[in-house]
Design a protein around this ligand. Sequence first.
Ligand code: PEP
Length: 235
Amino acid sequence: MPKKIAAGNWKMNGLRAALREAEAIADGAPDGIVTLLCPPATLLASMPGGLATGGQACHSQESGAHTGDLSAEMLADAGATYCIVGHSERRADHGERDADVRAQTEAAWRAGLTAILCIGETLEDREAGRTLDVLSAQLAGSLSDGATAENTIVAYEPVWAIGTGKVASPAQVAEVHDALRAKVGPDIPLLYGGSVKAANAAELFALENVDGALVGGASLTAADFLPIAEALAAS
Ligand code: PEP
């Protein structure tokens, strides 16, 4: 059985005062699942114990002349054990392509981090009926042969559902996750991401091949995130 993972992506949100929320999340994290926060890198080294932590992106190289970038080794040095790679906001804002994401995934592995590889179709892809083809191509282009259940998590994040309040329906999520399960094998955890909230978490976690969620907006406070983690623990 894949591990169950409630992962929060704080994106570019969180000053030091937000560590209070991280502490409340750590205090209330349920047993039996991995509760993980990916805060801005400035907060990584100050995160409380009792939580797993991750970076939100990493450069493919270990060090060098890349102003403003962070290597996977730096994230690990600051306490991270996971790193998101290929988030659609990175693909859109920084022009990251599958080959870049593949190199970043390998960099995360090199530093001993578990890569949380994000893939997802646009609304245009979905309406054209090419969702599964697009996801297959992203997976093939960005995941190397060395992927295992220890070093890789795949997050299905439809671009049209991120930060929009539009959650994919259970039937849409089931169709994609069943197809992904057939591709990645029985053990790699599969997360859904896109406007997950306490109100819709339980029906998503009830699906056979959903092993947890990658949560943006609803991970910023303990009041919003803990009920999602609890719904996963109860699933
Ligand atoms: C995300 O950032 O990966 C995400 C799914 O965001 P939100 O939950 O806010 O849609």
